[in-house]
Design a protein around this ligand. Structure first.
Ligand code: PMP
Ligand code: GLU
Length: 397
């Protein structure tokens, strides 16, 4: 420990990864745990994408790629933005990286200086606050409410802005709440940002394709702030390609160039094989993506229906992504005679022990009254898990 940098010692471990690992360890010991922790599609990568990866091996895509990714992939990403989001970017404004997480890390490193404040609406995805910390920035967490579907309002944003505010980190569809911002809600936020020329928006849109309420809206669409928005996206969720590790950013050229400089020193270009596979994903029609979306919506409805039978759980209706994020604080202070539930972690561990259902405590997402359940799992397993959770919670008095 004494040899480690202060930087790494002050970094928390990713809760989603930690709980997933714990579950895998239990499963490898032969314990039948239903994994509702990690947010990744349970579907296989579409066949034509797998074929493209195999072909890339045979075609000798074994050399370093350009730092920002192959030009045809960057063109395909630019085209995706035009066709799906009506956003105009030149391929030079696109940079491909090792997953959306890496694109986020790159941009945070390039934008945030020591002491800069970054506004993050909570609940937020676990890595945001840690990446900001790594960059020396200061997290300014704004608590959103269940009543407002866990969405940041323009008034809340305005009230949090100080002369030190450097960026706003927005995620829609949201992990962990599944909230989706409408065009009007984004416009209200953009109007506030427009008044503050120093503030940049990092818009994480990785769940774009998992949306149950209509078309995806990006905050980059508003001309008044377009030059001050970087969109982060990737193929992990929409195309069931989490292990391929391909994400991308689109933003002003000066930022893309900075990211390229950083990536050139840190990691070089993303995997050549995975880039060819991502190209196949982005240039085919979205039939697979749409089919997965139908399944996620059905599973969301299933989980919400079963959750209604469980006393005390309070939850918004997620409009996208594949998570439910119930408030479980009703159970704090209750006991089964042996274990007393005091925190979200106690609650998650209790479910793991008594229901063999693995979930993620809310604290890592900035909301310790909640837990996250990923419903990217089969209908049968979800049903089994929810019934077991109900039985386990009924023992708490
Ligand atoms: N942003 C959010 C909100 C996520 O949930 C994830 C999932 N890990 C990521 C970014 C990173 O995705 P990727 O697998 O492309 O790194
Ligand atoms: N985004 C997923 C999650 O939230 C994957 C795990 C991670 O990268 O943190 O579970």
């Amino acid at each position: 420990m004494e040899h480690l940098s202060k930087r790494i010692n002050s970094l928390s471990q990713s809760q989603t990864i930690a709980m997933n690992q714990k579950t895998r360890d239990l499963q490898s010991q032969g314990i039948d745990v239903i994994n509702l922790t990690v947010g990744e599609p349970d579907f296989f990568t579409p066949p034509h994408v797998k074929e493209a990866a195999k072909k890339a091996v045979d075609d000798n895509f074994s050399f370093y790629s350009p730092i920002d990714g192959y030009m045809d992939l960057r063109k395909a990403v630019a085209n995706k933005f035009k066709v799906e989001n009506n956003l105009t970017y030149t391929p030079d404004q696109i940079s491909v990286s090792n997953g959306a997480k890496h694109a986020l890390a790159n941009n945070i490193m390039c934008l945030i200086d020591e002491g800069d404040e970054v506004i993050i609406p909570a609940p937020y995805w676990v890595s945001y606050s840690e990446l900001v910390k790594l960059a020396g920035g200061v997290n300014v967490i704004i608590k959103t409410t269940l009543e407002n579907n866990y969405k940041l309002t323009a008034n809340q944003l305005e009230a949090a802005i100080t002369p030190k505010t450097k960026a706003l980190l927005l995620c829609s569809p949201n992990n962990p709440t599944g909230s989706v911002y409408s065009k009007e809600e984004l416009k209200a936020i953009a109007d506030v940002i427009a008044k503050h020329p120093r503030i940049f928006v990092i818009s994480d849109e990785i769940y774009e394709h998992i949306n149950f309420v209509g078309s995806h809206e990006s905050i980059a669409q508003f001309e008044s702030i377009h030059e001050r928005v970087v969109v982060i996206n990737g193929v992990s969720k929409g195309y069931a390609m989490t292990g391929y590790r391909i994400g991308y950013m689109a933003g002003p050229l000066w930022l893309t160039k900075a990211v390229s400089k950083l990536q050139g020193q840190f990691t070089s270009g993303a995997s050549s094989i995975a880039q060819r596979a991502a190209l196949a994903a982005l240039t085919s029609d979205n039939t697979y993506t749409k089919e997965m979306n139908v399944a996620y919506k059905r599973r969301r409805d299933l989980v919400l229906r079963l959750m209604k039978d469980i006393p005390g759980l309070k939850c918004n209706v997620p409009e996208g992504a594949f998570y439910v994020f119930p408030d479980v604080s009703y159970y704090f202070g209750k006991t089964d005679g042996k274990v007393t539930i005091k925190t979200d972690m106690d609650f998650s561990l209790y479910l793991l022990d008594k229901a063999n259902a693995a979930t993620v405590p809310g604290e890592g997402f900035g909301e310790p009254n909640c837990i996250r359940i990923s419903y990217a799992n089969s209908d049968e397993k979800l049903e089994k898990a929810m019934i077991k959770i109900k039985e386990a919670l009924a023992l708490l008095k």
